[in-house]
Design a protein around this ligand. Sequence first.
Ligand SMILES: C[S@@+](CC[C@H](N)C(=O)[O-])C[C@H]1O[C@@H](n2cnc3c(N)ncnc32)[C@H](O)[C@@H]1O
Length: 230
Amino acid sequence: MEYKEFAKYYDKFYQKKDYKKEVNFLMNFIKTGDRIIDIGCGTGIHASLISKAGYEVDALDLNKEMLDIAKKRLNSSLYLQNILNINIDKKYDIIISMFAVINHLKDTSELEKCLLNMKNILRGSGTIVIDLHNPQSSGKKADNIDNMSRIMEWHYDKKTKIEKSRIIFEIDNQKYEDSHIFRIFTIDEVKECCDKVGLKVTNVYENYDINKEGVETSKNLQFIIKYRAY
Ligand SMILES: C[S@@+](CC[C@H](N)C(=O)[O-])C[C@H]1O[C@@H](n2cnc3c(N)ncnc32)[C@H](O)[C@@H]1O
């Protein structure tokens, strides 16, 4: 169902996700007065936490149902757009894209296109932060939170760099299912795509920790990206 019906359960589903830690990490790159956009904002939690700290944060997402929830948290400009076709007439100091948004792209040519679109709305001295999922194996996990039970299953094929995942969750005796296909990008692929569009990766971190360098075996990777000439 790719977020459409999942949207209204998204926050409940990810209620244990440590958004505060992620935002604290992001604050390392944000300066007073910066204008920010959250690309693939989902229900807008990062954007709303950053705006509460006194910043103007716009947001963009492809999914109307997710953006409608973000709208309740934000009173800035929200864009119902695809990261492959961004059409915004503004420039930003900071562009963030958190939690596997980029993994929805299907190959490096789409990644290149997306990075170019981001570059087109980035101020010369600005910074892009993209947060990528980086699974190390296949697996299955079941748990319960409040009145929700959930089973997550994922299969990662290292050769094709494709992860297929399926989530089944039950809330108030009602069963729902969601599935995703993620392209997993290597550190070198991201660096090469940046290079092709005039950007450069300045740092790679893992687990939203400024003291931890991201490597191929990290479970998630945060890339800090700037204009190549800067
Ligand atoms: C896993 S959610 C992450 C949401 C949010 N960033 C967070 O951290 O909670 C992925 C989001 O990416 C959005 N998305 C996926 N493909 C997209 C695309 N091509 N353009 C814009 N948004 C996209 C989905 O609609 C969804 O809201």
